[in-house]
Ligand binder design. Structure first.
Ligand SMILES: Nc1ncnc2c1ncn2[C@@H]1O[C@H](COP(=O)(O)OP(=O)(O)O)[C@@H](O)[C@H]1O
Ligand SMILES: [Mg+2]
Length: 464
């Protein structure tokens, strides 16, 4: 992409309505625009990152054996009356009636709809286990939408639902989700700590929330500092192995880590004092096992081995896809702007031409652009007729992790400058070396994508 042909409406001034840094930077970098309270348009740069996050979620879910699908945003109230939640859900549910006076609602979540699909088509224990998921917009009429995409009214969520014959099988599904979530967040450059949480309106005894530590987080959290030493890394996992998934769960949840809802001061006191931490966190996901809470009232049963109908054991598992963008920025920025982790950056590498219109500099930039594209990377070339200072400020604000700067002086010596946004360190090297180096940096990220091929362009929707 050439910046002169892109739509990147950056703001010079700090928008007054933004209280936290991620909201401020998303507005300033031209990523979102508020449409109405808690509802946003995703401008091209924001949309690009949203798709990257979504894609990682899809890749990690399908890797775990979960099946993608798509359910609508508008739902009929009837199904929610069956489960009893139409009355329970309260003011957060946006209720709508259609021209025939039928009660509809904009889905805040999908347990009822998926249970209805399941009961219509699945009859035998032989079809289990099964986990279906989708990534779809949700609406919750939050009383106080705030912090931009962090607490929106309309927001994008991945929600997955497992159907199992026994509690044991359903707990394996729970563990599988925990493992896939650890992988998902790490690919986005985030540490998200599973913490014991409260069931809330979904209900259930087994539930963990995943929290990214940040001062601006809405939840108060209490944990043993040893949990922050844990990483999943690039270890191999066999998702069908009950033992392997269980041992990851134990590794990541055996130390004390709880949100204020489940915090137990007496237990907390038992941790050595120098390891006790009280902090704040952003909830980026939650997993639940809730047994037969929906399958029983809604008649979602399968024929067991003895031919008798049994209600299936279920769980639901959510990732806050749009919120994640805010969480990533909260965790990775400085006073000049965003610093994207390589896994989710909207463009892999910026190209800054210090002397637009200079034949040699222009040709060198075009060649770099072609070479980066040829190795499967997406560059953003600032080809505007702007001062160097303005170009650097834009690149720093939008946070591409790598920048190649091209100017007549360097070209005389056959070199360009490769700069890391994170460390600010630069090195001079021949253009083809710079391309090689950037390609090397991204190799592990591309390889983490299950369908990646070295020359693949535009990895959208490869998970299908
Ligand atoms: N209003 C919101 N705006 C953005 N993301 C949200 C919002 N509410 C929930 N999410 C995201 O969706 C994920 C799953 O939702 P869920 O656990 O059902 O929400 P909650 O904990 O708010 O009841 C949450 O972990 C969070 O990341
Ligand atoms: Mg939650």
């Amino acid at each position: 992409m050439r910046l002169s042909r892109y739509f990147l409406p950056v703001l010079k001034e700090n928008p007054a309505e933004a209280q936290i840094v991620s909201h401020r930077l998303m507005l300033r970098a031209g990523m979102i625009k508020q449409a109405s309270a808690g509802i946003y348009s995703w401008l091209p740069l924001g949309f690009k990152v949203l798709r990257k996050i979504e894609n990682i979620v899809h890749e990690e879910q399908t890797r775990a054996g979960h099946i993608p699908m798509l359910m609508p945003t508008l739902q009929s109230a009837d199904l929610w009356r069956e489960s009893g939640r139409y009355d329970d859900y309260g003011e957060e549910m946006l209720r709508i009636s259609d021209r025939h006076g039928r009660d509809m609602l904009y889905g805040p979540t999908n347990e009822e709809l998926i249970t209805d699909i399941f009961r219509s088509h699945v009859n035998s224990y032989k079809d289990l286990p099964m986990t279906l998921y989708h990534i779809q917009w949700k609406f919750r009429d939050e009383i106080r939408p705030r912090f931009g995409v962090m607490r929106g009214r309309e927001f994008l969520m991945k929600d997955g639902y497992n159907f199992d014959l026994t509690k044991e099988d359903a707990l394996h599904a729970y563990n599988r989700h925990l493992v896939s979530y650890l992988r998902t967040y790490e690919r986005m450059g985030l540490q998200a700590i599973p913490m014991r949480a409260d069931g809330g309106p979904i209900g259930g005894d087994y539930t963990h929330e995943f929290l990214v530590l940040a001062e601006t987080g809405e939840s108060e959290v209490f944990y043993d500092s040893q949990v922050t030493d844990l990483t999943f890394g690039d270890r191999e996992i066999d998702y069908s192995s009950v033992e392997q998934c269980q041992s990851v769960l134990e590794e990541f949840t055996s130390r004390y880590a709880r949100t204020d809802e489940t915090h137990d001061p007496a237990l907390f006191e038992q941790i050595p004092e120098d390891r006790r931490r009280v902090a704040r966190g952003i909830e980026v996901g939650q997993i639940f096992y809730f047994g037969t809470k929906y399958s029983e009232p809604m008649g979602a049963t399968v024929q067991g081995q003895d031919g008798k109908p049994v209600p299936v054991h279920m769980g639901s598992h959510g990732i806050g896809v749009s919120r994640l963008m805010g969480a990533i920025i909260e965790a990775s920025h400085d006073d000049r702007g965003i610093i994207w982790p390589e896994g989710v950056t909207p463009f892999h590498c910026g190209i800054v031409n210090l002397k637009q219109g200079d034949a040699e500099a222009d040709t060198a930039c075009d060649k770099l652009y072609a070479a980066l594209t040829a190795v499967g990377l997406e560059p953003l070339y600032d080809d505007r007729n702007e001062r160097a200072g303005g170009k650097f400020a834009t690149m720093d604000l939008i946070g591409l992790p790598w920048r190649i700067t091209v100017g007549p002086r360097g070209l005389k010596n056959g070199v360009v400058e490769l700069t890391s946004r994170r460390t600010g360190e630069s090195e001079e090297l021949p253009p083809e070396e710079a391309v090689k180096k950037v390609a090397e940096i991204y190799r592990p990220h591309h390889q983490a994508a299950p369908h990646w091929e070295p020359m693949a362009k535009g990895s959208f929707h490869t998970w299908l």
